[in-house]
Ligand binder design. Structure first.
Ligand code: MG
Length: 387
């Protein structure tokens, strides 16, 4: 990599993207923003382009190309349509994938195939497309540094001792509904699900945190990133969100990474690695007293976590199916068409109906995703009619 690291951000207008730009603004001598891309937030993207002057701006929704073209500084190249965000990989040293959901698959694959560093905040692409993403990871020069705070913590704890690690312990805040039973949760509102106690994030991941599906996806993500079997990946509920995850080594020693919950720390870590950023995000104050609590997850209430372990163990297309069903169910919940408890019902339905098949190409992943989505839509419709 050159001294000035060239950064492309896919999903620059979202929660991860905007925080990444904040981090980059603190180290202009270290980073150059060469590409910014968004799905459809054209006004915010144009505003970022005027501030950051990237070489390329990309928008996935091709119908917004003219509008974008008209509002970016002269000389800025506008790319539009499917594949526009992924096309930025070629000109960057580091591609930050902050796209929301399965739509981030092509950015993940393109960054790795181009032999770049992928700073991955889009766990869905790795979960759903694992066989294809793993193959792309073998490209010379390709490197995957997780931005997800738990996996970033594990990456930090593993250091060079990866081979002596026995067990990964992912921490979960437990979300807004920790300690409640399923019968109390059936009818919770979207606003309640979006009120995360410790992390400030986008709506999709916040709902996923309330169901523990986010943790389930992260269990699969950890399996794919670090190669541990599912029996060696545990989840522990830790309501303060200060211990971001832990690694237990073969001799029984456990290392943890601690900081206040602030995504700018893992974002900066992934952009700057192996160097540490000079702005301290999430540093703990040790002058006051505070405690750290840990408890096992309630798998009966938060069934999505158990479903994710099952899909991970089934392998092949099952995680893609889990993820697709969840995206449809969460979308229906956010639209007021499905109850909170219905999210796990729909995912369970779709998984039950699914026969895992081998995935050997992006097309295979897209097909598995599409099939699970259409079945999930039917499952949502059935429930909506019955309600
Ligand atoms: Mg996370």
């Amino acid at each position: 990599m050159s001294d000035l690291r060239r950064i492309a951000i896919a999903g620059s207008t979202g929660s991860i993207g905007t925080q990444a730009l904040e981090v980059i603004a603190t180290a202009p001598q270290q980073f150059e923003v060469v590409g910014l891309g968004s799905g459809s937030s054209v006004e915010k993207l144009a505003e970022q382009a005027r501030q950051w002057r990237p070489r390329v701006v990309a928008i996935a929704d091709a119908s917004l190309a003219a509008k974008l073209e008209a509002s970016v500084p002269p000389g800025t190249e506008v790319r539009a349509g499917p594949g526009a965000l992924a096309s930025m990989a070629e000109m960057a040293d580091v591609v930050l994938n902050g796209v929301v959901g399965f739509a981030g698959l092509d950015v993940t694959v393109a960054a790795l195939m181009a032999g770049r560093r992928l700073a991955l905040a889009n766990k869905e692409s790795l979960v759903a497309g694992a066989p294809v993403v793993q193959a792309a990871r073998a490209t010379s020069g390709a490197e995957l540094i997780p931005v997800d705070s738990e996996h970033c913590a594990i990456h930090q704890c593993l250091g060079r001792s990866a081979s002596e690690s026995a067990r990964l312990i992912l921490t979960a805040s437990g979300g807004p509904f920790r300690g409640r039973r399923l019968e109390q949760l059936r009818a919770v509102t979207v606003a309640e699900a979006l009120a995360h106690p410790t992390w400030k994030m986008g709506p999709k991941i916040t709902v996923d945190s309330s169901t523990l599906m986010n943790k389930g996806l992260e269990v699969i993500e950890a399996h794919e990133l670090f190669g541990h079997s599912y029996d060696k990946i545990d989840v522990v509920v830790h309501p303060q969100s200060i211990v971001h995850s832990m690694v237990e080594f073969s001799d029984g020693a456990t290392l943890a990474q601690l900081s206040n919950p602030d995504m700018r720390l893992p974002i900066g870590y992934a952009l700057g690695y192996p160097a540490r950023m000079q702005s301290s995000y999430g540093a703990l104050g040790w002058a006051g007293s505070f405690s750290l609590d840990f408890e096992p997850p309630d798998l009966e209430t938060f069934r999505c976590l158990a479903l994710a372990y099952a899909a991970g163990r089934a392998g092949h297309s099952a995680p893609a199916c889990l993820n697709a069903a969840n995206e449809i169910a969460v979308g229906a919940f956010l639209d007021g068409r499905l109850s909170w408890g219905g999210i796990a019902d729909v995912v369970a339905d779709v998984l039950e109906h699914h026969v895992p098949t081998r995935l050997s190409s992006v097309q295979d992943v897209l097909a598995a995703d599409a099939e699970a989505r259409s079945y999930a839509r039917l499952a949502v419709d059935r429930r909506e009619r019955a309600a």
